[in-house]
Ligand binder design. Structure first.
Ligand SMILES: NC(=O)c1ccc[n+]([C@@H]2O[C@H](COP(=O)([O-])OP(=O)(O)OC[C@H]3O[C@@H](n4cnc5c(N)ncnc54)[C@H](OP(=O)(O)O)[C@@H]3O)[C@@H](O)[C@H]2O)c1
Length: 295
């Protein structure tokens, strides 16, 4: 069997940083080519290149030059507000780049796994299974639905819809989660929604799942879900408990109290039963103490 050659987009992101570290220590010693946006991948021994996902010619050229056997497409404009304020960029990056990678991967018979999101749903009919119809409330969600549709019917291709991911990225990057932990530890107040629910998954569990899914021959669509349905408030309150903090400064708020340019879905819980049946060894665990320390 030829040696594995993995192309990772979004390698400098929260999830990408975990996937790249796993690959760097993988027993199969795959060749890894990490694509980033404006930051470095920050993983020793992994070759990385900054490529704008909106530059579709450059993206095609990367695939043609590296000739991957596996493509893990994690790069995206993920900030919901940025997608709303820069709608054309969001379409180029989230939808256009996915189409280009799919075409380029298909042309050389490479395996492609694409990370979509629970935000393809409207939050009114949770828990959502793979057969439920998407109905996004945000432009971010719409760009992801459009990206998913560019992959329909392609061989060797899998869409993984991710829930909210939490935990520490492996490149020291500041994220919502790291800021929340810092606020908890320093006793600063945090305002958190009690009426917005997800089925969150730890980044390290999600990375293991992505690796396993990429090496599987499953095609089509699958949902990855954590075992707990948690509000934003409950997620952070549980972290405070795990940190042993007796009086965390948590302020309960409603998502409806916030002036938002786009409506926030109430409950994006995903149904992970199909994943659990097919990949029992990769099922994500619950929120636990180890998620609060670097891995
Ligand atoms: N995190 C979550 O809770 C969550 C939930 C559901 C689905 N997802 C999906 O999972 C995937 C990974 O999410 P994440 O949280 O790891 O994302 P993230 O931390 O926001 O990272 C996004 C990655 O995409 C890259 N990127 C953004 N715009 C780019 C551009 N124009 N050209 C090249 N690269 C670009 C970034 O590069 P630079 O930083 O180097 O610029 C970064 O590596 C995404 O597809 C996201 O939609 C995430």
């Amino acid at each position: 069997m030829p040696a594995e050659r993995w192309l990772i987009t979004g390698a400098s992101g929260q999830l990408g940083s975990h996937v790249v570290r796993l690959l760097a220590g993988d027993d199969a010693h795959p060749a890894v080519f990490a694509l980033t946006g404006r930051q470095d991948a920050g993983t020793p021994g992994v070759s990385a290149q900054r490529v704008d996902l909106a530059d579709h010619e450059a993206l095609r050229a990367c695939v043609a030059a590296f000739r991957p056997t596996h493509v893990v497409h994690l790069g995206a404009l993920t900030a919901v507000g940025a997608c709303h304020s820069r709608p054309a960029d969001a379409e180029q990056i989230n939808t256009g780049a996915t189409r280009v990678l799919a075409e380029a991967s298909d042309a050389i018979g490479a395996r492609l796994v694409f990370s979509s999101t629970d935000m393809v749903f409207d939050g009114e009919h949770a828990p959502y299974s793979e057969t439920d119809e998407p109905h996004p409330l945000s432009h971010y969600g719409r760009t992801k639905v459009a990206a998913e549709r560019t992959l329909v019917g392609l061989a060797h291709t899998l869409v993984v819809r991710m829930p909210l991911l939490y935990g520490l990225p492996r490149n020291g990057r500041e994220t919502t989660f790291t800021s929340q932990l810092a606020a908890l530890r320093s006793g600063q107040p945090l305002r958190l929604f009690t009426d917005e629910f997800r089925t969150p998954v730890w980044l390290a569990d999600a990375a293991r799942a992505v690796m396993g899914l990429t090496r599987s021959d499953l095609t089509g669509l699958i949902h990855l879900a954590g075992p707990q349905r948690l509000s934003r408030y409950e997620l952070v309150a549980e972290c405070a408990r795990l940190l042993g903090l007796e009086h965390p400064q948590l302020v309960q708020i409603s998502r409806l109290a916030l002036a938002a340019t786009e409506p926030r879905p109430a409950d994006l819980s995903l149904d992970g039963r199909r994943f659990a049946a097919l990949f029992p060894h990769l099922v994500p665990g619950p929120l636990r103490a180890e998620v609060l320390s670097p891995v």
